[in-house]
Design a protein. Structure first.
Length: 259
């Protein structure tokens, strides 16, 4: 399917690896020029070069912490007028409800709620003026079904989801869509870190931890970053202009709900 976005420009945050990279890869395959971002310069430049070689699109790689004012300024200076924003950042650490104090919550809110809100606030006016824009926020299945050890993530992402629900409807009339993609477990470094925490807590091997988790997913496996990226690229396409303010689960059926 021709996504109809060749020649558009996208900012894909936190995209040297994992789900962000999957999104950057799928957009590059659709002919979209990119600004890619991550904190570590070496892996980011490698990822950008791979997509330049694979897809022949223009890519700027900006090494910066997207959860800081300075990092966001660097990224926005490199691409002040993107047609597409994919917001993403690392997830908060796991723990127990009694572990977290105010500073932990502020850090989680900064990374997973206030950073995407700041990016939208900076970029939506240009999209509205140009009468076309796509925003996809990478959130989590924890928005629909809490993951008890990820209380910081549950809390921060719920806040972002509430903001998007109203804002998406305020900008939709200008040709701008905002939607959230909710990953269930995908085979990335983040999943490895979560599985390692299970190994440490239960004294089991990584293979056992993965088998245990896979058994809770009706699809019987972890998702891939490529599958995730393809869904993101569709939401950014010309065909998705009537999809507004949705929270779309990509979880292999793990969240057990009818609606
Ligand atoms: P990942 O494989 O660990 O990749 C994270 C990417 O984000 C890397 O490119 C990393 O590069 C970059 N990054 C992290 N913090 C950053 C920051 N402050 N500024 C800029 N770049 C940053 O993680 P993932 O699995 O793709 O997860 C992406 C998001 O989805 C996370 O918020 C995660 O909690 C959420 N999620 C993932 C899963 C899953 O199963 N994978 C499930 C639910 C939710 P640098 O380290 O070099 O910055």
């Amino acid at each position: 399917m021709d996504l109809g976005i060749s020649g558009k420009k996208a900012l894909v945050c936190a995209s040297s690896k994992g789900l962000g990279f999957g999104c950057a890869q799928a957009l590059a395959a659709a002919g979209v020029d990119l600004v890619m971002n991550a904190r570590s310069e070496g892996p980011l430049e490698q990822a950008a070069e791979r997509l330049r070689q694979e897809h022949g699109v223009m890519i700027k790689a900006i090494a910066a912490d997207i959860t800081t004012d300075k990092g966001r300024d660097q990224v926005l200076n490199a691409l002040p007028d993107p047609d597409i924003l994919v917001s993403n950042a690392g997830g908060p650490p796991p723990g127990l409800w009694s572990d977290w104090d105010r500073d932990d919550f502020i850090a989680a809110l900064d990374a997973n709620m206030l950073t995407p809100i700041a990016l939208m606030k900076a970029l939506l006016p240009g999209m509205i003026d140009r009468k076309w824009g796509r925003v996809v926020n990478i959130t989590s299945q924890s928005v629909k079904s809490p993951i008890p050890v990820l209380g910081l993530s549950n809390a921060a992402r719920a806040g972002l989801t509430g903001y998007v629900a109203g804002t998406a409807r305020q900008v939709a009339g200008h040709g701008v869509t905002i939607n959230n993609l909710l990953p269930g477990i995908h085979a990335t470094d983040r999943a490895d870190a979560l599985d390692q925490a299970v190994c440490d807590a239960q004294g089991i091997t990584m293979d056992q931890a993965r088998d245990q988790r896979s058994a809770t997913i009706p699809a019987g496996r972890y998702g891939t970053a490529q599958e995730f990226g393809a869904a993101c690229a569709f939401l950014c396409s010309q065909h998705a202009g009537f999809i507004i303010g949705q929270n779309i689960l990509l979880d292999g059926g793990a969240v057990n709900t009818t609606l």
